[in-house]
Ligand binder design. Structure first.
Ligand code: GAL
Length: 805
């Protein structure tokens, strides 16, 4: 990723100046937006005064309202094993993403001189963007998830330039909420004709020893009589290697630099270097870029599986869709960072961007915070899953989409694997294996350093057709019963759990009796947090744990999903359900119980001792109310109001009892549930309690950060909960709350994690769900204090002060 000079942006019109050989200006403010068909909106002279003023990244659909008729589909979801078409609502989130949208902006290039080159870069536009500069169409790109750029040197003029972007979203084009509009960054790059090409730098580390690392840097440039100087700078800012060359191979300079005593990148120690590249013509500096990279070695070998820097390890990964809950698809660094922090605490070390190209911001954060990344491309190849999906474009666009993914992201050390597809229907039939090979060859051509996988659900078909044998990394989605067969049949000698579990639950909701259930539904359209409910094609977490723990050739898993996402409200697939139940963490970013089950395995540095359910069951007195404990300790004793319910030890009597401590016969009585965990020597090592709360009394506000940046984008996520007079959480309160923000910030959105809530995220009122919700407070561009006040009937109001600097 290149980090260049961000120049000042004026409010009305973005003025670009050229003090440096290269300027990169993010076009974030001053945008005008309108939904609908506007035939003339591409023209320079077009009156957009009455259009809405927005900043980009922007998602036009997230403001709602939710509507059951939006993208209503009468379909059989074949990959869910459905035979008959039924009505589905909420499959894409029931938010108004369908239709056309227009964005207009202008920028001032008064200093523009011949000899300069101007490039406009989009990091994703949903979808089918058509881009116009000064009334002329400069290009289009079909796939809404990809990064693309156009050279607009011949379309711009010195002075004011008008940019217009048209987007079109069709119904039945997605299996989840896609978002709508310019949901990722748009930048304008002004450089010299003699310059480094867009995404022209490719850094690899082909040889690593404790003494030195060979850093290979290939740089594609335009122009004649050029020489290149490259400096490698370590995290302390010291130059540790440099090189100068004039030798070019076609468009490419090819340098090898030696970095002494390299610090290796890993999730545990995400050390980053920078390559500063300067391009000269004679003594004149023509261009300069900075590319961040890491020194690390990956390998995938039969039997031992995956290793990073010579150490075998298994992926403790999650799948994530791209939406950020109440922010929709609009990229936001604070939201992404919070997501990763929550996952880090769980012990997660890998992310799969299902089922498309990740945002560059997410990759940068994964580089910095230490997550390995499986970057995916497509949910469809030539055979469709939905009527208007990517299959419409596959034959013409797949190659250029893969090329742009690889070129834009290949220097991120976090990326350790590519995925060319997810459960593509092309797994069936002879053409599929050829397509798999064709795509994989494109990846290899563009990046010889990383392997390619596909998430396969038609495992038997892929064994028969050779599809699975073609892949560098055979990835199985679910189908735990076929791992052994696939391992024997496929030649690679290892299997990746590319998608696992798909267990469903609603935070803080528990159903009785406590039994395993497939596609289980309830009148309130929630799923039980006893974590025993899953789908006909999927499984409970323990089925994966057993494979991971007993088969050395299983190289890890990517659980469906880390966070809940908008759309795909399985097992209901009808409103009011409008978001998923699969997350270990809900849509608001509040962990569900299942988070602690994974944490008890994955976080190997901190103890986990988590009790469920909550203990507030008026009316259940004397009834069986099982208690589960998720812990890294092997055994624990449970006490209800001081009375021992016995010691439980993890054991092999069932998959669940290997990983959970369960007291199935507990009878509910109000009071205290206490658990004491024992270490290997039988000594009490940790203790945790849950109590029956008194009357709901007051609101407690807990910001994830009390200090945020005054950049107009940064967000503090404030968790609001209800407690009784003594401060005990009240886990069943669903009171309506209202929010007020004053000072140097604004109320941005709220979210309660209830998959059935049709309340709009951006309105300053929302019901609590299971006693909690999250309020998002966004900084202004002016520094100062911010105050959030939260009120609810019968509750003492809560208040929190934040500082924006
Ligand atoms: C998988 C699919 C995911 C999601 C998941 C739900 O088959 O790859 O996108 O639909 O099922 O269980």
């Amino acid at each position: 990723m290149k980090r260049q000079f961000l120049l000042s942006i004026s409010i009305l019109i973005t003025t670009i100046t050229f003090a440096q050989p290269r300027s990169v200006t993010e076009l974030s403010t001053g945008w005008k937006f309108a939904k609908g068909i506007n035939d003339q909106a591409y023209q320079t002279e077009f009156n957009d005064k009455n259009w809405q003023t927005v900043s980009v990244p922007h998602d036009w659909a997230i403001y709602g309202p939710f509507n059951k008729n939006t993208d209503k589909q009468v379909v059989a979801i074949l990959q869910n094993g459905e035979q008959e078409a039924t009505e589905k609502t909420g499959r894409t989130g029931a938010l108004p993403f369908i239709g056309q949208g227009w964005y207009r902006n202008s920028f001032d290039l008064s200093d523009f001189k011949p000899g300069k080159k101007v490039v406009i870069l989009f990091e994703g536009a949903m979808s089918e963007p058509k881009v116009y500069v000064n009334g002329r169409k400069v290009g289009e790109w079909n796939y809404g998830y990809n990064y693309f750029y156009f050279d607009i040197t011949n379309d711009i003029k010195a002075g004011k330039n008008v940019l217009a972007v048209n987007l079109t979203n069709l119904g039945q084009s997605s299996r989840w909420y896609p978002g709508a509009g310019l949901y990722r960054k748009v930048s304008l790059i002004v450089k010299n004709q003699e310059s480094i090409d867009q995404w022209g730098t490719f850094i690899t580390t082909p040889h690593i020893s404790s003494d030195f690392a060979k850093v290979s840097i290939k740089t594609r440039v335009s122009g004649a009589n050029l020489q290149l100087r490259t400096f490698i700078v370590n995290a302390a800012g010291d130059t540790v290697a440099h090189d100068r060359t004039q030798t070019r191979f076609g468009k490419e300079f090819d340098q090898n630099l030696s970095v002494p005593r390299p610090q290796l990148w890993s999730p545990e120690s995400p050390y980053l270097y920078k390559a500063v590249t300067r391009l000269y013509q004679g003594s004149e500096l023509k261009d300069e870029t900075t590319t961040r990279f890491g020194i690390r070695e990956i390998s995938f070998k039969p039997e031992s599986g995956f290793s990073l820097n010579g150490k075998v390890r298994k992926f403790k990964g999650v799948c994530l869709h791209h939406d950020l809950g109440p922010l929709g698809a609009a990229v936001n660094i604070a939201a992404l960072r919070r997501q990763l922090q929550i996952l880090k605490d769980m012990g997660c070390d890998a992310v799969r961007s299902s089922h498309n190209m990740p945002s560059l911001e997410q990759l940068e954060l994964c580089d910095e915070m230490g997550f390995m990344f499986l970057a995916e491309t497509f949910d469809e190849w030539a055979k469709p899953k939905v009527k208007n999906g990517y299959a419409r474009f596959f034959n013409t666009d797949a190659e250029k989409d893969v090329v742009n993914l690889v070129h834009a992201t290949r220097n991120h050390p976090s990326i350790v694997m590519w995925s060319s597809g997810n459960e593509v229907p092309d797994q069936n039939g002879s053409e599929g294996a050829k397509r798999a090979k064709w795509l994989q060859d494109i990846f290899h051509r563009e990046d010889p350093t990383r392997p390619v996988t596909v998430g396969m659900d038609q495992v038997k078909a892929t064994m028969a057709s050779g599809f699975g044998s073609v892949l560098d990394v055979p990835g199985l989605n679910y189908r735990t019963h076929l791992y052994e067969d696939a391992y024997k049949q496929f030649p690679q000698g290892f299997i990746l759990g590319s998608e696992t579990a798909s267990t469903v639950s609603s935070r803080g909701v528990y159903k009785f009796p406590v039994v395993k259930g497939i596609n289980k539904t309830y009148p309130d359209q929630q799923s039980s947090s006893y974590d025993l409910e899953y789908c006909s094609w999927s499984n409970l977490p323990e089925d994966d744990f057993i494979l991971q723990d007993t088969k050395p050739w299983v190289i890890g898993e990517f659980v469906w999903t880390g966070f809940d996402y908008l759309g795909e409200p399985t097992p209901y697939n009808k409103l009011p359900s409008r978001s998923s139940y699969f997350g270990m963490v809900d849509l608001a970013g509040i962990p569900k119980d299942r988070y602690y089950l994974y944490r008890s395995r994955w976080n190997t540095t901190d103890n986990t001792l988590h009790i469920l359910p909550h203990w507030n069951w008026p009316g259940r007195e004397g009834q069986t109310t099982p208690v589960f404990v998720y812990t890294n300790f092997d055994s624990a004793e449970l006490f209800i109001n001081g009375k021992s319910m016995g010691v439980r030890k993890k054991n092999d009597s069932s998959p669940q009892s290997r990983y959970r401590l369960m007291w199935m016969d507990v009878k509910y009585e109000p009071g205290t549930v206490k658990v004491v965990a024992y270490d290997k020597n039988g000594k009490a090592a940790a203790e945790q309690s849950v109590v029956t709360p008194g009357k709901p009394h007051r609101l407690v506000l807990e910001p994830d950060r009390t200090q945020i940046s005054a950049d107009g984008k940064d967000i503090s996520f404030v968790t609001v909960s209800v407690v009784d007079e003594k401060g005990n959480p009240c886990p069943t309160v669903n009171e309506q709350l209202s929010f007020k923000v004053s000072g140097s910030g604004k109320f941005r959105a709220a979210c309660n994690g209830d998959a059935t809530s049709l309340e709009q995220f951006h309105l300053p009122t929302m019901k609590l769900f299971s006693g909690k919700l999250v309020v998002l407070v966004q900084a202004d561009t002016k520094p100062g204090d911010i105050k959030l006040t939260v009120e609810g009937k019968g509750l003492k109001e809560g208040e929190v002060k934040l500082v924006s600097k």
